[in-house]
Design a protein around this ligand. Structure first.
Ligand SMILES: Cc1cc2nc3c(=O)[nH]c(=O)nc-3n(C[C@H](O)[C@H](O)[C@H](O)COP(=O)(O)O)c2cc1C
Length: 305
């Protein structure tokens, strides 16, 4: 089943989520080769990107080819976002930044509830600010499409900052602006005060389905192939974004794309481990990612004993 996000045609409706300290080029290449139809870099802070902070620019490590890749930015407002997107295209024309040409989507993060994001007025603190969000969505679309009409634009958010905002359905008020400006609208079906173990509220996705006419991507609690298919079927979202389920088992995408078994063999894990390492070494991926994935591959191997 093909899914179009504006100008971008995806081979199936199952996407890999942006994950800080996890979603590097090697991991995205692995998930893409197993069937993820679109992947995202981890969150890239717009303010540091504009300053050309080296560590921040390195987060746009878009070297892989197995699946299209998007960059996720964090921004606190339309002016900063405009500078961020302009900077992206300025860099894309410079020698040494050829890998920026692989970027097929821009996403904005309004979900990460870290105290730092809240302090600078970014992330989920913005969800209730309907007029400002409208200006952000418009800026994202206009500035991007002026430079490159083939790049899809969207946002990822939560149901509000806290339970009260969720009950007031503040995020639902963003649907008209999303429908007008964006190619995709990804909802992590929790409010920002909810933590990992708490369950996502899929009924909110179902309610949003009636309001969102651009592509609606559901996220939260699609932890294995069965639950990802269930989210798609029951909430009628257009696509499903998988985060923890892909760390636990990247082969979830093989099952979801109908290309094979959900559980890998030990040999498949070993092959994936060496392919990951080769990609990471080739592109100078930082050690913290290698450490994380080494440990994660070891865990998968232990579980397949
Ligand atoms: C290790 C980790 C890092 C994350 N980093 C980001 C991030 O950079 N940007 C973002 O929008 N969400 C981030 N998230 C949230 C996920 O993208 C996703 O919304 C959340 O985990 C719910 O999906 P799941 O139930 O499939 O795990 C992160 C989640 C995890 C577990």
């Amino acid at each position: 089943m093909i899914l179009s996000l504006g100008p971008l045609r995806l081979k199936n409706p199952y996407l890999l989520a942006p994950m800080e300290a996890v979603s590097d080029t090697g991991f995205r290449e692995l998930c893409g080769s197993l069937g993820a139809s679109l992947t995202f870099t981890e969150m890239v802070r717009g303010a540091s990107f504009v300053r050309e902070n080296k560590a921040t620019l390195d987060l746009v490590d878009t070297y892989e080819t197995a699946a299209p890749v998007g960059v996720q930015f964090l921004t606190k407002g339309p002016e900063e976002l405009q500078r961020t997107i302009e900077k992206f295209f300025e860099l894309r024309g410079r020698p040494g930044f050829e890998h920026f040409r692989n970027v097929k989507a821009f996403d904005l993060n309004f979900g990460c509830p870290s105290p730092e994001n809240i302090r600078i007025g970014a992330g989920p603190a913005l969800i209730k600010r309907t007029a400002k969000m409208d200006a952000i969505f418009r800026t994202l679309a206009q500035v991007t499409k002026r430079h490159d009409e083939t790049i899809a634009v969207g946002v990822k958010l939560r149901l509000g900052m806290n339970r009260l905002e969720k009950e007031r359905k503040v995020a639902y008020r963003l649907a008209p602006a999303a429908n007008e400006h964006l190619d995709f609208f990804t909802m992590h079906a929790k409010h920002a005060a909810q933590r990992g173990r708490e369950e996502a509220d899929w009924s909110a996705l179902h309610e949003l389905r009636d309001l969102v006419t651009t592509r609606l991507i559901g996220n939260g609690g699609a932890l294995d192939a069965e639950s990802a298919r269930k989210m798609l079927r029951e909430t009628k979202v257009d696509g499903v974004m998988v985060a923890r389920g892909a760390i636990r088992n990247p082969w979830i995408f093989r099952a979801l794309s109908g290309q094979g078994a959900e559980l890998p063999t030990r040999d498949e894990i070993l092959d994936a481990q060496s392919a990951y390492l080769a990609t990471a070494k080739l592109y100078g991926t930082r050690q913290k990612y290698l450490d994380f994935h080494e440990e994660n591959f070891e865990r998968m191997l232990q579980e397949r004993r």
